[in-house]
Ligand binder design. Structure first.
Ligand SMILES: *[C@@H]1O[C@H](CO)[C@@H](O)[C@H](O)[C@H]1NC(C)=O
Ligand SMILES: *[C@@H]1O[C@H](CO)[C@@H](O)[C@H](O)[C@H]1NC(C)=O
Ligand SMILES: *[C@@H]1O[C@H](CO)[C@@H](O)[C@H](O)[C@H]1NC(C)=O
Length: 425
């Protein structure tokens, strides 16, 4: 009798556990295409229960996070006007202002119209020399513009509506993600990023006459006789070329080159890029270990970057570059892959440490209710550009709500005073 009872009870428990696993798994994969739906590997780590708690907060998110914050209007106006300057007096003076910029608050000048002027110069200045960019994993060119300004050029690999399936770091870099990231950073007041804009260059007019021998060696005629580039990089393959469009042009993200010395750090929250689980994926108290190994300032900075990466779904920041004690938002091409996916674990630094700099939180609260993407759209429109499909804009807004929910989760767990204390005082 009692054996039967015990057996029945165990069975009941087993079913309960199975249901739980299924439930958390489903939560974690909302919107994933069904063909990527594999049988979940059974590992009972703590992370999914964090996700469930965060989703609970998402369901009860205060209304203020879903409506426009009136405090943002003035900021938005100033930001837009700083980008609403396309007429350049003299490109040389812009380059020298840019190269000689010294500030503790930003990597480049952006106020009083400087942002728009720099973008315009990057987009239109005549090319003097083109080469393959040194190092790197993806096809990228290095352009020298007249006036001796270097820029990176990441060519377009996908149309805006292409959905990248697979793991979070799958696929080629997205050129539009680089530019989107720049505007996103500007709206969030993260000033440690290089200006970036969509530029179209003509293969036979702008590249071939100015190409180095090294670059010419990595060009190849395709079967219909068009000259294409396969480049020189870790993942560059002869069969994965970039070819001009019907106008003979190649579109890409033109990114201001940073002629600075960085300190490179491995991210404690990097992925394994294999099936192996990293420590942060198993140990929800992982942040304790990180706190012992880096300054609070850097950790808060890393949490800012995690929020930024979560919004665009860049899950590829395995290392980060530090300049003047600030993390530089370099290499933002792995965002905007799939608008249906919100990989919540990109926020691990936030939900595992449960701390955020009050100024970051203030900025985030300011851009609620659609202001974030609305501003990005307006900034891009000033340059006549559309950087993403409507699905991606909606996805960024949806993820912003999840960021709010994550902070609410932390506040619920540790109190507002603890999560948002003035950490650096
Ligand atoms: C940009 O500036 C022009 C002229 O200075 C002005 O007419 C236009 O309204 C501005 N655009 C925006 C979006 O503010
Ligand atoms: C190019 O060739 C490599 C093998 O060298 C292969 O793995 C890859 O799938 C090919 N790419 C395309 C687009 O066919
Ligand atoms: C070669 O490149 C041109 C220009 O991009 C393209 O229109 C054409 O389809 C390509 N041909 C082949 C066989 O890939």
């Amino acid at each position: 009798m009692s054996m039967n009872y015990a057996f029945g009870f165990s069975l009941f428990l087993l079913v309960l556990v199975a249901l739980n696993i299924f439930f958390f798994y489903t939560l974690n994969t909302v919107g994933l295409k069904s063909h990527t739906f594999n049988v979940p590997s059974i590992n009972i780590d703590l992370t999914p229960s964090v996700f469930k708690e965060i989703y609970d907060y998402l369901n009860y998110l205060p209304n203020q996070y879903k409506s426009i914050n009136s405090k943002f209007a003035l900021k938005q106006k100033n930001l837009i006007s700083s980008f609403n300057t396309t007429k350049n007096d003299k490109t040389e003076s812009i380059w020298s202002e840019t190269q000689n910029w010294i500030s503790e608050d930003s990597l480049f000048p952006h106020e009083n119209g400087a942002a728009g002027k720099i973008l315009h110069a990057i987009q239109t200045t005549q090319i003097a020399l083109v080469d393959n960019a040194p190092k790197g994993t993806q096809l990228k060119l290095l352009l020298l513009l007249e006036g001796k300004q270097k820029i990176f050029f990441k060519p377009k690999r996908y149309n805006l509506n292409h959905v990248v399936n697979g793991n979070i770091y799958a696929g080629f870099d997205r050129h539009n993600s680089e530019v989107f990231a720049y505007y996103l950073a500007m709206v969030l007041n993260f000033k440690w990023i290089a200006p970036s804009i969509i530029r179209r260059i003509h293969l036979h007019k702008d590249i071939v006459p100015f190409a180095t021998m090294g670059l010419k060696k990595t060009m190849i005629k395709n079967d219909s006789g068009s000259l294409c580039i396969y480049g020189k990089c870790f993942y560059c393959r002869k069969n994965e070329t970039v070819c001009p469009d019907q106008n003979g042009e190649i579109e890409g993200a033109a990114i201001l080159y940073l002629d600075k010395q960085f300190k490179i750090h491995k991210s404690p929250w990097r992925r394994s890029y294999s099936n192996r689980k990293m420590e942060w994926e198993i140990d929800n108290a992982f942040c304790k270990k990180v706190k012992g190994s880096m300054s609070t300032k850097l950790l808060l900075n890393l949490i800012d970057v995690a929020i930024f990466d979560f919004l665009i779904q860049n899950g590829d920041r395995h290392r980060f570059e530090v300049y003047k004690d600030q993390i530089i938002l370099l290499d933002n091409g792995k965002g905007l892959g799939n608008p249906a996916v919100d990989e919540l674990d990109i926020l691990a630094p936030l939900y595992q440490c449960c701390m955020i700099s009050p100024s970051t939180w203030q900025k985030l609260e300011m851009v609620s209710g659609g202001s974030l993407t609305n501003t990005i759209k307006q900034l891009a429109a000033l340059q006549g550009q559309k950087l993403a499909t409507e699905e991606h804009f909606k996805a960024v807004e949806r993820r912003l709500l999840k960021v709010y929910a994550t902070v609410q989760y932390c506040i619920g767990k540790y109190s507002r005073a603890k999560v948002l204390k003035n950490w650096l005082a």
